[in-house]
Design a protein around this ligand. Sequence first.
Ligand code: SAH
Length: 209
Amino acid sequence: MLRRHLAGRGVRDERVMDAMAKVPREVFVPQSCRRLAYSDGPLPIGMGQTISQPYMVAWMAEALELAPGDRVLEVGTGSGYSAAVLGRLGGAVYTVERHASLARSARAVLMRLGYDNVHVRHGDGSLGWPEHAPFDAIMVSAGGPRVPAALRDQLNPGGRLVMPVGPAVGSQLLVRERRAPTGDFSREELGSVRFVPLVGEEGFQQPVE
Ligand code: SAH
């Protein structure tokens, strides 16, 4: 999977490749999908949601330019798979999931695998996790209409945020924002992606399920 789907498509960061090699994706997918755990596609995890495609996780993690010790916020825990990858790259990871059942099972799997630097909360991640802010990096694993102001507020100077921005149905644009030491934000467009919608106060109002 690593050689074909990640390196073959431009993932270069050695630390990201190493983290991807060490996280057992099959543990995060439902029993019925285990055979497909190392194919490069999203898979259903219940509640109409999907575990992210490995390439997407690697690409976003690389774009976050994580250093050991970084404090990371993830919005959209899902299965917990991408949080585990982030947990290998950063210091502490705070991840928020709006579906209680997904938050519960992700927490259990992460604990079982020993990711005790990854903290899962059930709630609306479009508002971030203010009690643990500021963060050096923020990864939004669901597509929203715009970058939530609350997330910008919770980013450290020098920090990076990666998020799909666009309509709830169809494709979005993956954007990276950096907060300069002066506090200003700059934006880069990384490419076209397709994510499930960010549903919440600073996301879309209606679940599209
Ligand atoms: N990164 C996950 C997959 C994420 S799918 C993995 O590797 O498995 C996107 C997730 O975002 C879904 O589980 C969805 O329920 C969640 N989500 C959508 N809007 C959210 C919000 N406002 N706050 C927290 N989670 C949200």
